[in-house]
Design a protein around this ligand. Sequence first.
Ligand code: ATP
Length: 303
Amino acid sequence: MSATESGNVIAVESLTRKFGRKAALDNVSLAVPEGCVYGLVGGNGAGKTTLVKHLLGTFKAQTGSVRVLGEDPVRSPVEVLSRVGYLSEDRDLPGWMRVRDWLRYSEAFYPAWDAEYAERLRERFGLDPDTRIKRLSRGETAKAGLLAALAFRPPLLLLDEPSSGLDPSARRNILEAIIRTVAGEGRTVFFSSHLLEEVERVADRVAMLHQGRLVFEGTMEDLHATHHRWMLRFPQAPAGHPNLPGALHLEGDGQDWTAVSEGDAERFRTEALAAGAEITGHSGASLEEVFLARVGHAAVLED
Ligand code: ATP
C-alpha cells in the first residue's frame, strides 16, 4: 500500500529493538499522517535515535514492522532515502568542505534540488559560502545540515534534535518557521527534541518515549483535552499522599498540593472534592507537566 493510500507517511507497528538484554525500543507503534508535524520526545537514552535509525533503514526491525512513505526502508533504501530530508543528531558533515562545496555536493545527490531555494536558505541562515564547515559553530553546522535536508523539498523531513546548538532566536525564527512552512505545503515533519515547549508550540502530534516504551501518543489536542493541572488545598495536611486515583502525579506537602490528572476533568474534580480538598486552581496541563507526570522527575531533559 502506498503512503498516500494508507494516509500515513510513517507507520511503525509493534517495533522492539534489543541491545543485549536491554530493550531500546519496546513494542512501539505509531503512525504519522501526511502533512503532520510530529514531535518525538524523551529523556536521554529513551530510544529516540534508535527509532529514527529504524526509519532510515540503518537498523532492521527485530520484531514488528516499519514503513516510511509506504516502503520498508531496509528493503527499499533508495526509494525511501531519496525522498527523506534527514538531519542527524551528530550533524556529520564533511568538515573540510566550504559551505559552497557542501551545497554543490548535496545537490549532486538529488535531482529535485532547488538551487534558488538553497541559496535563499543560505542567506537566511547567514552562512558564508567561503567558510569551511569545520570552522562553523554548532548552530551554524546545524543550519548547513538543515539546508541540505530542505533544499530538495522532500515529502518527509526527519530531524533528530534539530534544535540542538541553535540559540533560542534561531529556534523560533528559523526552525519553527521552516517546520510550519514545510507542513503548510502538505509535507510531513518528524522531529525528535528535548525541548518540550518547542514541541508543544509546533507539533500537531506527539509521542513520548521513556525507556523504550511509548507512554503517550496522540494529538496535542488530545493531550490537552485529557490532562489537567490542579491546585488543591486540604483543610488538614493529609498523612502521606492524598488518595486520588485519577492523579497521574501528585506533589506537595502540608495542606497544598498540585496534581496532574488524566481523563475526564469533572470526574477528577468530584474525586478531589470527595477527598475533602478545596480546588484553588485548575488549568490544562502543559506538555512538560504531562511528561514529568508520566515519566517522573528523574528523567531530566538535557540539551
Ligand atoms: P539521547 O537523547 O541521549 O540521544 P535517545 O533517546 O536518542 O537518547 P538512544 O540513542 O536511542 O536514545 O538509545 C536508547 C538506548 O539504547 C540507550 O540505553 C543506549 O545506550 C542504547 N543503545 C543505543 N544504540 C546502541 C548500540 N548501538 N549498542 C548498544 N546499545 C545501544
